[in-house]
Ligand binder design. Structure first.
Ligand SMILES: Nc1ncnc2c1ncn2[C@@H]1O[C@H](COP(=O)(O)OP(=O)(O)OP(=O)(O)O)[C@@H](O)[C@H]1O
Ligand SMILES: O=c1[nH]cnc2c1ncn2[C@@H]1O[C@H](CO)[C@@H](O)[C@H]1O
Length: 434
């Protein structure tokens, strides 16, 4: 486990210097001691530049992710090929991206559950998917299928907005009996997306997802849900509110999804509302940066030394130096919030916003897993006197998440091509104080 940033803070867990007073960290077993597990619809992104007329002609809706029938997919693909419109092909899928990014950042194990072709041809989609997934992402639990994985046509319109057309192949054939309980039991988090319930009647993916959730609840593993697109939520916001309340500890969304869920356009106020149902909220807001909200024990709250920020909740970032806790782990839960503007004001030229939110979530997962890793190795540390969810304060996680989003915006692929540069492992020194 590579730690999420070197800190000068006295709570910093030394990864280089050996401290003779603490229990020595054992050499890592091959499978590692801490990991995250996620379920995805295995998809390859096929990116193409098209005009708005193309979007309407195929019955798609701008900015939306829609599932298309096989005949429509074939016609669409044939037109993209004929006119030479395909610019990039990447491994995709929102959870696949998140787990790959997590493994790149943490240099540690993530486990992907989903389907994969039994018969893989060199150069085919499944082959590309595997080649473009981190070697630290464990693919041994994928379920084989006799057919294709999914394709996600990522259509970039005249205004730069992306529209997804999903040709599902056999991506929704994951069956409940192929969810490994032991992998979920030992994980620091189970990561899911709202896309997983978007299936045809009779497809087993939703039941597989519910099976994984049941195991996570049985073993007290926090369930993390990322909201997909605003349309998936807007189809049935009541369903998703109940789903969050009943099953989810951590939610990741952008401000549009937040509004579809809560009816509230102000991201901070929406985060506050969502805390009624979950323990931790990550809300990205494009050029406005990102917000986080969670709970902490009243007696353990820590005051920020950043300027206090105005908002619908006055001075909302007052306790952003506190570490996040699940509400059930607090005797006197206090709500805490943080915000950060885009890292370095955002890149000069944004290559592609695809995956910027997935990147932010990967950073949060890294911090959560680092906390478990530290608890396993230094169980009597003062850091674990209470049961915390994150290793770092909300403010620090915001910085890290924001930095990772920036990296994704600066490249074309939604998946990090490498971890963050070593020389700025200390976010404090490299950029924040200059
Ligand atoms: N136009 C922009 N200028 C500066 N920073 C940006 C811009 N767009 C996005 N960002 C940065 O990227 C982060 C995530 O962006 P955004 O809210 O667009 O994610 P998203 O819509 O969830 O992305 P995706 O669903 O593709 O993963 C923001 O919090 C911000 O730090
Ligand atoms: O229906 C879907 N299921 C899973 N992933 C999806 C779906 N639609 C789009 N993406 C994925 O979202 C990523 C950006 O966040 C893209 O890489 C795309 O593959």
């Amino acid at each position: 486990m590579k730690f999420p940033g070197k800190r000068k803070s006295k709570h910093y867990f030394p990864v280089n210097a050996r401290d003779p007073l603490i229990q020595p960290v054992q050499p890592e077993a091959e499978t590692g001691a801490s990991w995250v597990v996620g379920i995805d619809q295995t998809l390859v992104d096929i990116e193409a530049k098209v005009d708005d007329e193309f979007i309407t002609r195929y019955g798609l809706s701008r900015g939306h992710s829609l599932v298309i029938e096989d005949d429509v997919a074939e016609a669409l693909y044939a037109e993209l090929m004929r006119d030479n419109l395909i610019t990039h092909q990447f491994a995709g899928g929102t959870i696949g991206n998140t787990l790959h990014n997590y493994s790149s950042l943490a240099d540690d194990r993530s486990v992907l559950l989903g389907t994969m072709c039994n018969n893989i041809q060199i150069g085919g989609y499944a082959y590309r998917y595997l080649c473009n997934t981190s070697s630290r992402t464990d693919l041994n639990y994928l379920q084989g299928v006799d057919g294709a994985i999914g394709r996600c046509f990522t259509l970039i319109g005249d205004s730069g907005e992306r529209t997804f057309a999903i040709s599902p192949g056999m991506m929704n054939q994951l069956r409940p009996e192929n969810i490994p309980e032991a992998v979920i039991e030992g994980a620091s988090a189970l990561v899911l997306t709202s896309y997983l319930v978007r299936c045809k009647p009779g497809e087993p993916m939703p039941a597989a997802t519910m099976q994984a959730i049941e195991y996570a609840h049985r073993h007290h593993v926090p369930v993390v849900l990322t909201l997909g697109t605003k349309y998936v939520i807007a189809d049935n916001p009541g369903f998703w509110r109940d789903f969050l309340r009943d099953h989810v500890a951590i939610v990741a969304m952008n401000e549009e999804e937040a509004e579809a869920l809560t009816g509230i356009s102000d991201p901070l106020q929406a985060c506050d509302k969502v805390l009624e149902w979950v323990d931790l909220v990550l809300c990205t807001a494009g050029p406005s940066g990102l917000f986080m909200a969670s709970y902490t024990e009243e007696s353990a709250k820590r005051k920020t030394n950043h300027p206090l920020l105005p908002g619908v909740i006055a001075e909302f970032n007052q306790y952003e130096f506190s570490r996040a806790q699940r509400r059930q782990d607090c005797q006197q839960p206090l709500r805490i919030y943080s915000h950060i503007a885009p890292y370095m004001g955002g890149p000069e030229k944004i290559m592609n916003t695809n995956g910027a939110g997935d990147g932010a979530l990967a950073a949060l997962l890294h911090d959560i897993t680092a906390n478990d890793y530290h608890r396993l190795n230094v169980p009597n540390s003062i850091k674990h006197a209470r049961r915390y969810l994150t290793y770092s304060s909300l403010a620090q996680v915001c910085k890290y998440a924001n930095r990772v989003s920036y990296q994704v915006l600066n490249q074309h692929s939604p998946r990090l091509t490498r971890g963050l540069p070593e020389r700025e492992d200390s976010l404090e020194e490299a950029y924040w104080e200059r």
